[in-house]
Each structure stands twice: as structure tokens, then as C-alpha cells.
Design a protein around this ligand. Sequence first.
Ligand code: ADP
Ligand code: MG
Length: 340
Amino acid sequence: MADIVLRNISKRFEAVEAVRELSLAVNDGEFLVLLGPSGAGKTTTLRLITGLEAPDAGSVMIDGRDVTHDPPGSRDIAFVFQQYSLYPHLTVYDNLAFPLRSPARRVPEPIIRKRVEQTAELLHIASKLNNRATRLSGGEMQRVAIGRALVRDPSIYLMDEPLSSLDAKLRAELRLELKRIQLELGATILYVTHDQVEAMTMASRIGVIRDGQLLQCGTPREIYESPSSSYVASRLGTPQINFLPAHLLSDVPVPPGTETVGIRTEHLQIAARNGGRMVGRVHRVEHLGEQNHVHLDYKGEMLVTLADPRQPLQSGQEVELHLVHPLCFDRAGQRVPAII
Ligand code: ADP
Ligand code: MG
């Protein structure tokens, strides 16, 4: 069993309220992703859990034990940083063995060898064990950095944007690897990122964080389909969700109090003009290969949607808009439940 419970934790750095009354439970074996922009308080939250920072208020519980005032080393937690933080002059083997070789641990050398080899297998870097860290590619270095956390076999992993310095192809590859490893080990992971794709693909639950506050926590599907606010809605979706003042809608009923509607691209279809009342003008078509992004002008608002590349569309052309499942938000950006 390994779980983390944060109760109303707050942390201020002079004028900045980095974390504000944040409560969160990461369950045993869960892959929880905190998703938020730069400056949202993600790293501070992880540092509060490790004990590298002390909260001004609130408590941190690990496995049911209050560790708020315990020193950092006493918590059975591994931290993977954004930057690789490897020892460049050491081999991959020695980098992986390093956390086990501390005098306090006294792990016998044959056991170290076994753990290092198992970890290297798991991360598919077994053939690199004798290479110096500097001779590795970025993706291999980041695997070693993750390996250094795994080798200790901790009960909890905290990961601070570990893939953000890698290129898109490697990120996609390591996303799959991390998920596979988590499932194989049954590990409890709290992972922070600003990348919605990482959150959607790896998380068992996503917590959306902004200005030190947790806005919503739920499965990727819940967050995507039932965002609690327009801000949460805007964090997920490729390309971005469309927002439109509700009074510009025609023939689409919305509940009272709705000021703005959010329309996901898959809920906005375009068709040839055929008597419908929502008519827009194609502004620009971007070709992405398997699909096109179509930018439209509708009553002075810019909207974006997806279209099949075989659908003939030209800039300036008038088209009919068909939309379903509008997400309704009030003046403050809070979700207005749909009428059933
Ligand atoms: P994130 O990881 O989401 O980008 P951080 O937790 O690093 O955000 O930072 C949250 C806020 O707290 C930011 O405004 C940042 O500038 C501030 N902050 C973080 N650490 C410190 C510190 N040691 N001293 C002063 N301000 C800090
Ligand atoms: Mg950070």
C-alpha cells in the first residue's frame, strides 16, 4: 500500500501564493497527473510532498501517517526531475547503482547488480550499461534518470515534467514506456506536466491546477466531457475548444444563465449551405495529412474545426455550421448544467 493525502496545504513565497488550500488524494497504484501551466504550483506541490519545502498550513499524509514535519529522507519517495541530473563521468551502470551505494544503505554488491540489471531490462537500456552517461541520446539519458528512481524500489514516485526536454517522437515513446512500467510495478505515481496529451494518455485521474489551486480532479474522460469551468475545458482538446457568446447561437437551446458556450471541434461540423441558420465563412484551411483544421469566421468570432481532407473547402466559401453538445458556462466561467 502506498498513498498520498494532502489536506488543505498552502505555501507562500513572499507575495506569491504558490499553493493554496490544496487537497488531493493519490490512491495506491494510481497514476495521477497534475496538469497546469508554468507557475501553477506543480513543482512546489511535489516539493511539499517530499519535505523539501514545509507547508505554511495543512498536512501531508503518506500511507496514513502524518509526515508533514518529518525530514525529507525519511519518506520512501523517489523524485524524477525535469532535467536528467546524471553523473556524466560515470557509466550507466554506476549511475543506476549510485542510489543503492550510499553508506547508510549498505546494499551488498550482488544485490545491487541484480537490481541494476532488472531496472535496465525494464527500461530497455540493458545494452548500454557500460556506456558513459554522456554518450547517450536524450531519450536514453532520461530513461537512466527514471531508472535511478526505480532502482530503489520506492513505494511512491513523484515525476516533475520528466519528458518535457525530449522531442515529440521520444516523448510519445516514453509515455508508453512509463505507463507500461507503472502497470507492471503497480506503482503509485504523481506526475506533473503542462502537456495535455501526457495527461490524457497516462493518467488514471487528472487534477487540473491553476494559481496554486486544484480546480477539478477526475478521470481523463470526466475532465474532458464534463469540465467544471471554461478554464478546465480550455486545457484539453486538440486543436483548442471553441468559445462563443451564447447569444450568437441559433436553434441551439441552452440553459438559463449561460453566457458562453464551449464547442469541441468534434462537435462542430460544416456542410454545404442548405437552408440552416448558422452560416460561417471559411477563413483558412490547414492541411495536416490525415485531417484538415478549418478556421471559420462566424459573426465575427473565429472558430476552428476538423474536416476530412476530401471535403472540398476554399477560403471565403460560405458553409453551414452544425453543432451538438455545447458546454455551457455562466458569466464567471463556471459550468451551467445542461437541461435534461
Ligand atoms: P510550476 O512548477 O507549476 O511551474 P512552481 O511550483 O515552480 O510552478 O511555482 C509556483 C509559483 O511559486 C511561481 O510563481 C514561482 O515563481 C513561485 N516560486 C516557486 N518556488 C519559489 C521560491 N523558492 N521562491 C520564490 N518563489 C517561488
Ligand atoms: Mg515546475
